[in-house]
Write a new protein. Structure first.
Lengths: 150, 160
């Protein structure tokens, strides 16, 4: 029987072959010094690499209590830190973008504008109903019409 | 089907070891807690996870890779290391650093493969977690171990 390559011996070492293949390799190893030597090297390499990697594990911790609210806290903190300012900025932007349309809605279709002003001094102690409401309308031709409501 | 608590108890330490090997620093606790938290949220929202064990291992590896990216990003901000109490501590730290550098020198897939193998996962389980086809695990693993051994020798770490 031909000798086995490193990959095959590695799989044999890791017990990853089926029973039949394991037996076949086992029989071969009984008579082949080269494969037995390779297998021993692979075995040593596996052991030493595992030991080396285990050095990276400084401690085997006790299983801590799982705090399930941690995620919710994290999400809340994320919302406060990032989502709220973002939402505020988006709101402001929307307000600025929609402003021209909002203004245009107030303008009547025929081009007339409506203005108001307090033109005389008022006594704050008197009810507002004691004063006449004077409506002054200026049409596009410049004609002025005044209407007083008592 | 295992309950969430059972899974937590069964896999916590193994995932913690993997995180330590992948990251080589003390972020492992947070990583593993996050992994379980995500798993809990996912199952709570009604998602069904067909292979919970593979999911947990994959999720841990992904979080470790993310953490490493973050670490690289802030690589300039060094935190001063504490003074070692003895020569033994210093040597231990140096050995650890050497192994960590060797692992870091390898690509992510190879590193994941070696770490999972060192934790005793079978070829089938490694295949499920890494996405490497089952039939090529033997070959890939054999090459990866050889590569790590070579890297350790180059970096001056004595295996024998």
């Amino acid at each position: 029987m031909n000798c086995f390559n490193e990959e095959q011996l590695q799989q044999y070492l890791d017990n990853e072959y089926g029973q039949e293949e394991m037996e076949a390799i086992g029989h071969h190893l009984e008579t082949c010094l080269a494969c037995t030597k390779s297998l021993a090297q692979l075995h040593q390499r596996r052991m030493l690499l595992k030991q080396s990697l285990d050095l990276l594990v400084t401690k085997q911790p006790a299983i801590p209590q799982l705090i399930l609210s941690k995620k919710a806290d994290k999400q809340r903190r994320f919302a406060v830190r990032y989502l709220l300012p973002l939402a505020a900025a988006a709101g402001l932007l929307l307000l600025v973008l929609l402003q021209p349309w909002a203004d245009s809605d107030k303008t009547p279709d025929n081009g007339q504008t409506l203005q108001f002003a307090i033109s005389e001094e008022v006594d704050a102690n008197k009810p507002v109903t004691d004063y006449p409401l004077i409506i002054t309308v200026v049409d596009p031709d410049g004609n002025v019409t005044q209407t007083a409501i008592y | 089907m295992e309950t969430f608590e059972e899974m937590y108890k069964q896999y916590y330490q193994s995932l913690h070891r993997i995180a330590q090997k992948m990251l080589c620093h003390d972020e492992a606790n947070d990583i593993v807690q996050d992994v379980f938290m995500d798993y809990f949220q996912k199952t709570k929202n009604g998602s069904e996870i067909a292979f919970p064990k593979s999911y947990l291992y994959r999720s841990t590896l992904n979080k470790c890779v993310d953490e490493q990216r973050k670490k690289k990003k802030f690589a300039g901000n060094h935190i001063p290391e504490k003074i070692h109490n003895s020569l033994h501590d210093y040597e231990k730290k140096e050995t650890k650093n050497c192994i960590a550098r060797c692992l870091e020198a390898m690509d992510t897939k190879t590193r994941e493969l070696i770490v999972l193998y060192s934790e005793g996962l079978s070829y089938r389980e490694i295949s499920d977690v890494t996405g490497i086809t089952f039939t090529s695990i033997g070959k890939t693993l054999s090459r990866a171990l050889k590569k790590l051994e070579k890297e350790l020798i180059i970096k001056g770490y004595e295996l024998l």
